[in-house]
Design a protein around this ligand. Sequence first.
Ligand SMILES: [Fe+2]
Ligand SMILES: [Fe+2]
Length: 191
Amino acid sequence: MPLSRLAHIQPSLGNAMRAYHPGTASHSVRVATMARAMAVELTLSDTAVEAVQWAGLLHDLGKLAVPQHILDKLGPLSEREWLEVRRHPSVGSEILNSLSTDFGPVAAAVRAHHERWDGAGYPDGLAGDDIPLAGRIVAVADVYDALTHQRHYRPHVFACEAAMAHLIGGAGSHFDDSVVHAFCRTHDRSA
Ligand SMILES: [Fe+2]
Ligand SMILES: [Fe+2]
């Protein structure tokens, strides 16, 4: 069944995120736009492009289960708080899977957006091609947006060029090299 059949659910989830944590909601919209552009650049099928866009929009849905004082905490998180934050990919994917089995590919990408190419990510420690491609795409957009927008815990904002250099530096270790290069091409065209 196409994801468009689930389009009525999207505003509800977006509204829930906007009400709970507006910064995460606007971050998610930007991530979805960049992730979609990368998926198109990588010549994925229309269905896969749609799934990538949804995954970008919903990748941090599980933060609804993280207490707001932790999301907004200034300064370093305690070990216990960090464990709470690290639950958000699996919680988000569980919410989506509970809504509809048609969310399967989106839920898998949401679960995988903090995995790393070298296997050092979470929650499953997947590496390389074992990480769903949509998750690898969202990971690149997610980090780029985090670096180029102010966060309460990190007032310093990277310029676009510095953020791109960070992504390129992580290609093949943190990120899928082919995805980073697709991002560079879309970024160069929009600059
Ligand atoms: Fe996340
Ligand atoms: Fe994110």
